[in-house]
Design a protein around this ligand. Structure first.
Ligand code: ZN
Ligand code: ZN
Length: 280
């Protein structure tokens, strides 16, 4: 095996580690709770608690899975013969709802990036409505999986608060027996999950601020609409409903490794005078 191949292999494995850690934390902590704390809660409070918590956990896993494995909105690269290296204009201007937006030429993909599109250096693809590359998902968060990402954050936070509440209840009722294994486990779960809720809660609040303002993380961090009006801000209510109730956009690519001319679906946006009108 060549050195290059080894390096690529190691990079691939290291990229998957945070995702593996996130899945392990979710499954292991939930299993410990269901084995050690939940039976006592069921006997002393309500017999349907494990069923309801199980359904919540299933919803968390479903959204985590979809956010991890859904195509975030990858664009195909232009075929080599259409990837015009002699291109000298690196920006073009388009008008969106009366606001001038610049489209940058992507040298890797060979087309002008549509507004809100950005090239992810980790995935090496241009992503539609790029939000950020999430190492915990080992995937980009973009137009096609943003809803799953938000639903995952909300549901996992809810799941964690419910688990913490029942662990605290268990601890209050069994505090006279601190050497008991279940009591020790409930203390460990409380500390561990509280530490996890701080960054996850902060991230969820940050994304809700972005949704209300009609922005992506990338646009917020790069200060894209600092000086001009954000043409993608349709007002708080519409911005929220767009995320949670609009139908999922179709795939832009059908082959992850576009190596033949046939597999390309060119997303080139070009014209001669350098000005396009885009209506989203
Ligand atoms: Zn690109
Ligand atoms: Zn990425």
């Amino acid at each position: 095996m060549s050195n290059n191949c080894c390096r690529r292999c190691l990079r691939g494995i290291s990229r998957r580690i945070p995702c593996f850690v996130a899945w392990s934390l979710l499954i292991v902590l939930s299993t410990i709770y269901f084995i050690f704390i939940c039976p006592w809660i069921t006997n002393h409070l309500w017999k349907y608690i494990p069923l309801i918590q199980g359904l919540i956990l299933l919803f968390v896993i479903e959204n985590f899975f979809l956010a991890t494995f859904t195509d975030p909105g990858r664009y195909s690269r232009a075929p080599p013969d259409e990837n015009d290296d002699s291109e000298t204009t690196f920006h073009k201007t388009v008008e969106i709802h009366g606001t001038q937006c610049r489209m940058k030429w992507c040298q890797t993909c060979g087309f002008y990036r549509p507004p809100r599109c950005s090239h992810c250096s980790v995935c090496d693809f241009c992503i539609d409505t790029f939000d950020h590359h999430c190492p915990w998902l080992n995937n980009c968060v973009g137009r096609r999986n943003y809803r799953y990402f938000i639903c995952f954050l909300l549901s996992v936070l809810f799941h964690m608060y419910v688990v913490i509440s029942f662990c605290i209840y268990y601890l209050l009722k069994n505090h006279e027996n601190l050497s008991n294994l279940n009591t020790i486990i409930s203390i460990i779960l409380i500390i561990f999950i509280i530490l996890l809720t701080i960054p996850i809660g902060g991230l969820t609040a940050f994304h809700f601020m972005l949704i209300i303002r009609g922005r992506t993380t990338n646009e917020q961090v790069t200060g894209k609409f600092k000086s001009n009006i954000n043409p993608f801000d349709y007002g708080c209510l519409y911005n929220c409903s767009k995320i949670f109730s609009s139908s999922n956009s179709p795939k832009l690519i059908h082959n992850k490794k576009p190596s033949t001319k046939k597999s390309y679906e060119v997303q080139k946006v070009k014209n001669k005078n350098g000005t396009n009108k885009v209506i989203k």
